[in-house]
Write a protein that binds this ligand. Sequence first.
Ligand code: P6P
Length: 335
Amino acid sequence: MTKKNKTLGEFIIENQRAFPYSTGELSKLINAIRLAAKVVNHEVNKAGLVDVLGSSGDINAQGEDQQKLDVLANEKFIQSLTNREIVCGIASEEEDDFVAINSHDNNNQNKYVVLFDPLDGSSNIDVNVSVGTIFSIYRRVTPIGTPVTIDDFLQPGRDQVAAGYVVYGTSTMLVYTTGYGVNGFTLNPAIGTFYLSHPNMQYPENGSIYSVNEGNYVHFPEGVKKYIKYCQMEEEDRPYTSRYIGSLVSDFHRNMIKGGIFLYPESSKAMNGKLRLLYECNPIAYLAEQAGGKASDGTRAILDIKPTELHQRVPFYCGSKKMVEKAEEFIENYK
Ligand code: P6P
């Protein structure tokens, strides 16, 4: 049984020992993310006090109004990853194209690329609802020492070497996996240290929470409508409880702890749904599978999808294995 109260730093070192031939770069990468998470946490927590609310006036790659904290979080993560001389390329929801990181000190020998949504759920910032950072890490596929190309970023989620999120909520947590289970660390803001609070997180195989924006119901495919009605029927262990925060990281985090399903379906308004494959669905799907859950686009496992564009969107059904399988059954039967 993993000892609680271990710090994230101790945990990383302990796991580093598990990979005797690793160069420690992945550990340095997680440490860089840890630092950026603490800086962003500080800014998010004081957002209501300092004039960082409201729009920066810029528009991001999604055509969405860019909140100042989005811009700040994006800058902090890029800065932290760049300063540590660890990655060779970065892709962000806030950047139209990927950013090549040329590290002169080690002659471009860095082998990891990082994709992230620096502040997901940012529309919730000025109403004091939890937001999050989501990150996804791959080894580059093009030769080390050459400039990164789009191919280094358009990898299937199954090839991630690590993924995780920071949830800036009632407490700030860093939850991540390197392919050996999911572990959650809670920040003690008084000393700026993350402590192992949720070792070996497991997705309950079943659950009684469903999370979907029911305001889009009329636009959903027939199978999704039928599944939502199934959740609401008074039968067996139902009706389920409806819980929807409108912040992916928060909805996912709650469902991973309590059991449940999150749905962001395609609709007549958005043929591929809203969530982005590379830096929202893939990392969340990797965590879900590592914790024993499931994530699909309604028919295919999210992690098996071969990406074609940096900011592409996919329908997203993620959570307790049996709940996702039941939703897929309805989607299949009413195609
Ligand atoms: P809607 C936040 O903007 C986000 O990208 C996810 O965090 C969240 O799950 C989803 O959009 C909410 O979208 O259309 O229900 O407001």
